[in-house]
Design a protein around this ligand. Structure first.
Ligand SMILES: Cc1ncc(COP(=O)(O)O)c(C=O)c1O
Length: 449
């Protein structure tokens, strides 16, 4: 259906259009190259479409304006970091108010008690700790799991992503062995020593990997979200819980993205019973924050380990973690923004977004499918939803991806780079969704026979 020749020509045209639309961003990028590695403050930022990233001037709600004065509908929302929208009032007020009273003390404020109790209510984990990112929450959870179990290995699912957690950036080879994932540069220890990798939805492989009882923790999302949306088979979570319990392995559920599906992610929705829950990204409305909650049993064992050795806790934490500003931001975000109503409203809009995408798929008879995960939507280049990380990776089509993202961007619609993911927030409107459908239709039409 997709005409590859047309796709090539159109992509070149879009690249030229991108250059002509963004002279001010280009100028800033050239200047930035004088002091920033690759011209950006974070290397992910060069992975957007175009020869250079667009520089942002200002944002509000579900829109932002770049330094060339172009306004965009933002469906990327900082790759989930701003799922609550840009600068929601409740968080803005709380952050400004707390900053006036002080940002960082290495001492708790009353907000921490409120936040701990609220996270406990949502995720059923009894004890909470905080970090400056979800990556760190995962790292700290793994350290505690190793200490508590006295085991060294970690198990992850093939093509997972949990932030830049060294052990998790590993791939499963067809012969069952493990290698560093392509792009995992400078790893401290070869992940084949630290990590076991099995395919998602493969209980047999999971049992085989856990039976030696050398795995400290399984780290997984309740639904894989970083290679499209890959759902668990019915019953897979029960098996996962049963096997981890049977073999004395700590189960860490990473709700960083899946907290877009309910006030307490899938732990709340599906009554999961992990030992640890981790999260971050939008939980403080864009202020860096991560959190990890522990079951009563795991928390008590962790405390014994921390107290058993003077100084051991020094390795777990960070000066700015759980600072007063962050805790005020989390309190406002949980208390006033991420409410039941937030999810009801934005899940309904996500459904409409996917209906729009589906209408384009139907009109041009494309072998694609859409999935929805709460306020998060995704379309993949596979006729049926994928079941494993490998299937999801095989469905990828970078040429097509790049063209669609670039052509959307050139028409004022921002999709999340690296995949066809869109997020709905309270400031996203039906017109924004309709604009995406209209643009997608136009750009698809230009490359089909
Ligand atoms: C599931 C999951 N966990 C953790 C992280 C790490 O988040 P951060 O990069 O904000 O530390 C990510 C990042 O995309 C993620 O997708």
């Amino acid at each position: 259906m997709i005409n590859r020749e047309k796709l090539k020509i159109k992509f070149e045209e879009e690249m030229k259009m991108f250059d002509s639309l963004h002279p001010a961003s280009k100028k800033m990028f050239d200047k930035a190259k004088e002091s920033l590695l690759q011209g950006v403050p974070l290397n992910w930022m060069v992975r957007w479409m175009g020869e250079f990233p667009i520089f942002v001037e200002k944002a509000e709600g579900a829109h932002f304006t770049d330094v060339d004065g172009i306004e965009y509908v933002d469906f990327c929302l900082g790759d989930t970091g701003s799922l609550v929208g840009h600068g929601p009032k409740a968080a803005k007020d709380a952050i400004l108010n707390q900053f006036e009273k002080g940002a960082s003390f290495m001492l708790p404020t009353e907000d921490a008690i409120w936040v701990g109790a609220e996270l406990k209510r949502r995720f059923k984990m009894k004890f909470w700790q905080f970090s400056t990112s979800a990556t760190d929450a995962n790292r700290f959870a793994l350290r505690l799991a190793r200490r508590v179990t006295g085991r060294s290995k970690v198990l992850v699912f093939n093509w997972c992503y949990h932030g830049t957690v060294d052990e998790s950036i590993a791939s499963l080879n067809p012969d069952g062995s493990v290698s560093p994932r392509k792009g995992n540069i400078g790893f401290p220890v070869d992940p084949s020593i630290t990590t076991k990798v099995v395919e998602w939805n493969d209980p047999k492989a999971l049992e085989e990997a856990l039976k030696d009882e050398d795995v400290a923790a399984v780290l997984c999302e309740p639904v894989m979200t970083n290679v499209g949306v890959v759902l668990p088979d019915p019953g897979f979570h029960d098996i996962l819980r049963k096997l981890t319990k049977k073999h004395g392995t700590v189960l860490i559920i990473d709700e960083t993205h899946t907290m877009c599906a309910s006030i307490g992610g899938f732990t709340y929705l599906d009554d999961l019973e992990p030992d640890v829950v981790t999260l971050g990204k939008f939980v403080a409305s864009g202020i860096p924050a991560g959190a990890y909650g522990m079951s009563e049993e795991f928390g008590k064992r962790a405390v014994i380990e921390i107290e058993s050795e003077f100084g051991v806790a020094k390795g777990i934490g960070g000066t700015l973690a759980a600072n007063a500003l962050t805790m005020a931001a989390i309190r406002a975000t949980l208390g006033e923004i991420l409410t039941e109503e937030f999810y009801v409203r934005n899940m309904a809009l996500a459904e409409k977004f996917n209906k729009g995408v589906q209408s384009v798929i139907d009109e041009f008879e494309l072998p694609w499918s859409t999935t929805q995960l709460g306020c998060r939507t995704e379309y993949v280049f596979s006729k049926t939803p994928t079941r494993t990380g490998t299937e999801a990776i095989e469905a990828k089509d970078n040429d097509l991806d790049w063209y669609l993202h670039l052509a959307c961007l050139n028409r004022g619609v921002i999709m999340t780079p690296f995949h066809n993911m869109a997020l709905m927030t309270t400031a996203t409107t039906q017109e924004d969704v309709d604009k995406h459908t209209h643009v997608l239709r136009e750009v698809v039409k230009s490359i089909v026979d």
